[in-house]
Ligand binder design. Structure first.
Ligand SMILES: [Zn+2]
Ligand SMILES: [Zn+2]
Length: 248
């Protein structure tokens, strides 16, 4: 009882601090993260650069893979033939320069200004989505890589997205039980199969509507096998949200 009270107090202070951190950006001068122009705005991105962000507007309604503008219905061939385990992917932006540079700096060099911008863009994507979720979970990182980079980018985003949206972040919703070999040297089929069996879901996921967060989605294999495991444990639905989708 006492620990619940303490936890609620900590959460409430975290929310207040987070709110004031966001407000402070309206009062302190900053610069656009892409063109470096000075600006005073809640976001570190000028209007001209916002307009040039690579929108993933013509994409598959399930996996968010890019489709030709004339492709109807908006469903890619793989999803048509054999749907993935997740219900849908929300990935509003493509992993293309200069946006990809920001994602890369956040992920590999802890550029937190870029992180806050990605957080705002994820929040925008959720505002346009009417579905409600019980829990937010992340694709767990590999211990060795977290140690090298000093942190786990998807967890950093998830903690703050939980404060913005009120969707509770379940840190242990998914655990990694197997490190996988680098996807880069594998062919298409083995890239898809490589993350199979890498995750273990918590029993607490049963009967829940989940939002699964990852930073960048490339083949979609990791989110597919993670969603597969969550559904094996009884999750009712698994939608995926990502800061960027590679155009493959
Ligand atoms: Zn700019
Ligand atoms: Zn698809």
């Amino acid at each position: 009882m006492r620990s619940t009270l303490l936890l609620n107090t900590v959460n409430s202070w975290q929310k207040k601090l987070f709110y004031w951190h966001r407000r402070s950006r309206l009062l302190l001068p900053g610069s656009c993260l892409i063109c470096l122009q000075p600006l005073m705005a809640e976001r570190d991105l000028c209007l001209a650069c916002i307009k040039q962000l690579p929108a993933n507007s013509h994409c598959c309604q399930f996996c968010a893979s890019t489709l030709p503008a004339e492709h109807q219905p908006p469903i890619c061939r793989p999803c048509f033939k054999s749907p993935a385990a997740f219900d849908k992917v929300l990935a509003a932006w493509l992993y293309k320069p200069p946006y990809s540079q920001l994602v890369w700096e956040f992920k590999y060099t802890q550029n937190l200004a870029a992180g806050y911008l990605l957080l705002d863009l994820l929040f925008d994507a959720l505002k346009n989505n009417s579905k409600t979720y019980d829990y937010l979970v992340v694709i767990p990182g590999q211990k060795k890589r977290i140690k090298e980079r000093g942190y786990h980018a998807p967890s950093w985003l998830a903690k703050r997205l939980a404060l913005l949206t009120g969707i509770p972040f379940q840190k242990n919703g998914l655990k990694r039980i197997k490190d996988i070999t680098s996807q880069q040297d594998l062919d298409r089929k083995n890239r898809w199969l490589n993350p199979q069996g890498a995750f273990q879901a918590s029993e607490a996921m049963a009967g829940k509507h989940l939002l699964l967060l990852d930073d960048v989605i490339t083949t979609g294999a990791s989110v597919h096998w993670a969603a597969h495991e969550l559904k094996q444990k009884g999750a009712t639905s698994v939608d995926v949200i990502a800061a960027a989708k590679t155009a493959i």
